[in-house]
Design a protein around this ligand. Structure first.
Ligand SMILES: [Zn+2]
Length: 218
């Protein structure tokens, strides 16, 4: 578990080993309510951590519906039944379709509970005392969204599989589009302040400024 404390928001990274996928726990300093971003395989690690901290997950924010980003949802919902699932509206079918979420092709079908809330580009959320802007960034997956948190210190961005430190997400899936992906990264991510901290679905965190200067795909 890796922990980063902003002035009022704590972000903890919980690594899921099978696909080296980052699940994130996000909460305000002093608050018991928390948000989960992309709970993947090995949800027991996330659950143990939440219970140790005596936190209460109120929402699961899904960046996109690939199996490694959603596989832990039902284990969370089994304990915290009122925790709501948020996902981009064009991505919702991947929660309930093992072919679309790519798990069928790995030989283990993953399906989870349908979404509670469908998101559109520009939606503004306020959850667990945290303001969140939803941005649609298609290309890796057609309904992929990223979550932007404009905090009092550095802004925070959860990017799923759109952009990683020094690289970008694959764009060779059935609903991928490489040209749209680059355009969407430029317009929706590189337009954010340089100091914005990027927490990606895989690998290390980075910043918008660092990727603007050094990412070879941009
Ligand atoms: Zn993905």
């Amino acid at each position: 578990m890796n922990r980063k404390i902003f002035s009022e928001i704590i972000v903890e990274t919980i690594l899921s080993i099978p696909f080296q996928e980052n699940g994130y726990l996000v909460y305000r300093v002093g608050s018991q309510d928390c948000l989960l971003i992309d709970p993947g395989f090995e949800p027991e690690k996330i659950i143990e951590h939440i219970e140790n901290k005596e936190l209460h997950p109120i929402a699961i924010l899904v960046t996109h519906g690939h199996a490694d980003h959603i596989a832990g949802i039902d284990a969370i919902k089994a304990i915290w039944k009122n925790c709501k699932i948020y996902i981009g509206e064009e991505e919702k079918d991947k929660l309930i379709d093992a072919k679309q979420n790519l798990s069928a092709s790995f030989g283990f079908a993953v399906t989870v509970t349908p979404a509670d809330v469908l998101l559109r580009h520009g939606d503004q959320l306020n959850l667990a005392g945290i303001s969140i802007e939803v941005r649609h960034v298609p290309g890796h997956s057609k309904g992929h969204v990223v979550y932007f948190l404009p905090t009092d210190s550095e802004p925070i961005l959860f990017t799923g599989d759109v952009i990683f430190k020094q690289t970008i997400g694959r764009s060779d899936f059935p609903d991928s589009n490489p040209a749209i992906q680059i355009e969407a990264i430029r317009s929706q991510i590189l337009s954010l302040p340089d100091e914005t901290v990027i927490f990606a679905g895989h690998g290390l965190s980075t910043t918008v400024g660092a990727e603007r200067q050094t990412n070879p795909y941009l």
